[in-house]
Ligand binder design. Sequence first.
Ligand SMILES: C[S@@+](CC[C@H](N)C(=O)[O-])C[C@H]1O[C@@H](n2cnc3c(N)ncnc32)[C@H](O)[C@@H]1O
Length: 221
Amino acid sequence: MVKQHDWVAWHAAYDRPGSSLSRRLEVVREQVRRALDDLPARLPGAAPHTLVSLCAGDGRDVLPVLAEHPRRDDVRVLLVELDGALVAAAREAVDALGLTRVEVRGTDAGPVDTYLDHLPADVLLVCGVFGNVPPDDVRRTVDALPGMLADDGVVLWTRGRGGDGNEQAQVIRRRCVRAGLTEVSFTAPDDARFRVGVHRRPAGTVDAAPPAPGTRLFAFA
Ligand SMILES: C[S@@+](CC[C@H](N)C(=O)[O-])C[C@H]1O[C@@H](n2cnc3c(N)ncnc32)[C@H](O)[C@@H]1O
């Protein structure tokens, strides 16, 4: 039998100071912080803002930032993650941080039905996904992003540079813009392999609805 990828072991690189993954974490956290800073004030009676993280791992890119942010109780958060141990770790962190508006859903994030109830999102994280799914799935997911975001909503995504220098992140950047998103930032240190993109759905300019129920955007290869 083929061994499944050990995603718990993958997370261990976060704890190695100076590792590409630990540096990426700082960038993603900073972008999450900025996205929360930029949320418009919520009018009384209006629906809560939403943050959704697909393939969320143990949630360490979102949860500590949210816990320290003034909007922490103003945002409805959904983390979708398949690995049971990581789901348990994320739930433990949610409890430890006293976050009351965070749901950790232990399920497959490939079919949109598993998180459609939280769309459109004001903040969407697709981190650690595009390097692990086939090119057709990357294209399908990027093309669906405008419909998954609220007006002025942002998507944070990551992609590693291949060992051969192959920069698939550039393909994703171009595709995001072709889909109707505008680039907010792109972080690509020369001395690290991680890339972090942030794209926004500009209010009123994109005519895109959330993906239809039953749609599967990706499956890990
Ligand atoms: C590269 S890690 C990224 C984790 C996290 N987003 C981060 O950047 O720290 C990929 C994650 O996707 C999860 N995963 C794999 N297939 C999945 C699926 N179909 N649905 C939800 N999560 C999945 C893995 O368990 C793993 O935690």
